[in-house]
Design a binder for this molecule. Structure first.
Ligand code: NAD
Length: 547
């Protein structure tokens, strides 16, 4: 059995440089039982998203990182350390590729065969790039989505509105808190009580109930008095949605975040208990997928029905529409995806999900950075409101970390600020700066990040590859190129990047180049596709673009 993994903290390091130590700490942090969904099985989040292929390979990665010279680069092939080469100190310490398969072979069936033979690993997005920081990582994107829904349809607030959704896993559990932070009431259906307990403990949910009637009664009482409330309902999402349709009940907003991208491991069919699911998926995987397909079809049909009755309905990035369409439900794409509907305008401005992690393990380091952000970015009410919100609502587990959607100029400035704070001793140790994979130029996913692009370039996947290569040249400490995150095998290509602010001049030089790349390419990708906001940003920011 694997020993429980916790990241080292403090100033002492076991690697030859802080740059490598940072990656080691991030890897171990992502498997910390307080951070990962099932660290013992190396599963970080998102169905079966893993940080290392197997336990011996995890140990080998740790050992290799500890002896890696500061002018060498370690190669990770789908969670397995395969080589290290002498490169330059300016280049990444780790390059990773995860779950890449030749396009015509990119099906779940073939991928599972390769995975079973121990030849590859499903890395989700931030799992294989060791940038996962728990549910907090996606909290702001979820908050921004809910805020955008509120702005567009409900005068800027979800007060008195009921949101029906499902899934309280690594990402999904950001939903209830994002709803209550916007003033609304959430009913979140989750089949696994242990997941609900976890979310009750960290205050992402307020109360657990066992029946639809209890959930409805509490939700209606709270909505009538404009009181925010997050209710977790034990049950199967498809069953609950169908029953609500039958009863003629229509919530204001409906979405879903079960791990439906992977029907075999991430989605429980109707009428199957958790224990039966474990047994059935191992003994009769084909039968399991057949049942899951029937359920997912009913689930999406119910969502479509809510839409017809006037609810705001959207796919929350788990490819649930794609699965239902594959199962034969032709109208599955009648409701939109969350990125094309709510987040793309932010991408066009070059805003994206930046995150930073205090490698010291000391929460004060994060609070000190918060204070500087509140003063340096005081003219940006959106950023300040967010920082104040999370200071109030979030407590840390694992390495203390913060996320914030920052634009081209802000990311650059933040890098400089943090590096200076490390150099001047205001922070007790270096800080890792990383991000989600979910941006316009860092993820190509035709049913998510790149759905419905203006120029029809949804399936063009050159951008995340260019992004990864450029980040590697500009001084990132780790770059990864991955396949299948968010929406599953065959449906996405994306890249991750992590940098380290260790207070050195070299780190300053790297961050200056590096932190312009993600937001800059994001703007360019959208300008190239014809988005006028992105085009005007190019002129405004003086970004070089040949055509
Ligand atoms: P997860 O595997 O950690 O959690 C999924 C949860 O769904 C589990 O708790 C599981 O018990 C529950 N579940 C499965 N089937 C169910 C059913 N029929 N009824 C009720 N509950 C059920 O996954 P996660 O990390 O929370 O991610 C959820 C989905 O969102 C994945 O498909 C993931 O790829 C996608 N995702 C979304 C975003 C985003 O920004 N929206 C980001 C990354 C990933």
């Amino acid at each position: 059995m694997l020993q429980t993994i916790y990241s080292p903290t403090g100033k002492g390091i076991s690697c030859k440089s802080w740059e490598t130590e940072a990656l080691l700490r991030l890897l171990m942090n992502s498997l910390d039982p307080r951070v990962a969904e099932s660290g013992q099985d190396l599963i970080v989040y998102g169905g079966t998203g893993k940080a290392a292929r197997s336990k011996p390979m995890l140990q080998a990665i740790i050992k290799e990182l500890q002896r890696l010279d500061s002018d060498s680069t370690l190669l990770i092939q789908s969670g397995k350390p395969v080589a290290s080469f002498r490169t330059f100190s300016f280049f990444p310490r780790v390059l990773a590729s995860a779950a890449m398969v030749v396009p015509a072979w990119a099906t779940w069936k073939e991928f599972s065969r390769l995975e079973e033979k121990g030849l590859t690993m499903y890395g989700q997005a931030t799992a294989a790039s060791w940038a996962y920081i728990g549910v907090q990582g996606v909290l702001q994107a979820t908050f921004e989505t809910m805020s955008e829904v509120a702005n567009r349809y409900f005068n800027g607030s979800l007060k008195g509105k009921i949101v029906l959704t499902s899934g309280l896993g690594g990402m999904g559990s950001a939903q209830p808190l994002s709803v209550t932070m916007n003033g609304g009431v959430a009913i979140v259906v989750e089949i696994d009580e242990s997941k609900i307990q976890k979310r009750l403990m960290n205050n992402y949910c307020d109360i657990m109930v066992q029946t639809i009637d209890q959930a409805l009664q509490l939700a209606e009482e709270a909505a009538q008095t404009d009181r925010p409330l997050a209710i977790a309902l034990v049950g199967n999402a498809a069953d609950v949605y169908c029953e609500l349709v039958e009863r003629g009940i229509t919530p204001d907003i409906v979405t879903d975040q079960t791990a439906a991208h992977d029907l075999l491991h991430g989605y429980i069919p109707s009428g199957v208990s958790l224990e039966q699911a474990y047994f059935l998926r191992n003994k009769k995987p084909e039968k399991y997928v057949e049942l899951a397909m029937q359920t997912v079809t009913a689930h999406v049909e119910a969502m479509k029905m809510f839409q017809e009755r006037g609810a705001i309905v959207f796919d929350y990035g788990n490819n649930i529409r794609g699965q239902a369409k594959k199962a034969g439900y032709e109208e599955a794409f009648d409701f939109p995806g969350f990125v094309s509907e709510y987040l793309r305008p932010l991408y066009c401005e070059g805003r994206g999900p930046c995150r930073w992690v205090a490698l010291s393990g000391d929460p004060d380091d994060i609070y000190k950075i918060d204070e500087v952000i509140l003063s340096e970015f005081k003219s940006d009410e959106r950023i300040c409101r967010w920082i104040r919100y999370v200071q109030d609502k979030i407590y840390f587990y694992g390495l203390p970390a913060r996320t914030c959607w920052l634009n081209y100029k802000e990311r650059d400035e933040l890098g400089e600020i943090i590096n200076h704070m490390v150099a001047s001793g205001q922070l007790s140790a270096p800080v890792a700066i990383t991000r989600d994979h979910s941006e316009g130029s860092t993820m190509a996913a035709p049913t998510r990040e790149t759905e419905g692009m203006l120029d029809g370039s949804d399936a063009v996947a050159d951008w995340p590859i260019l992004n990864g290569m450029l980040n590697a040249c500009a001084g990132a400490s780790m770059v990864s190129i991955q396949h299948g995150g968010g929406v599953g095998i065959g449906n996405s290509i994306h890249s991750g990047m992590t940098a380290v602010a260790d207070g050195s001049i070299e780190s300053f030089e790297k961050l200056q180049r590096l932190l312009k790349i993600d937001p800059g390419l994001n703007i360019i990708r959208h300008a190239d596709a014809g988005y006028s906001t992105a085009r005007s940003m190019i002129d405004k920011l003086g970004i070089k673009k040949p055509l």
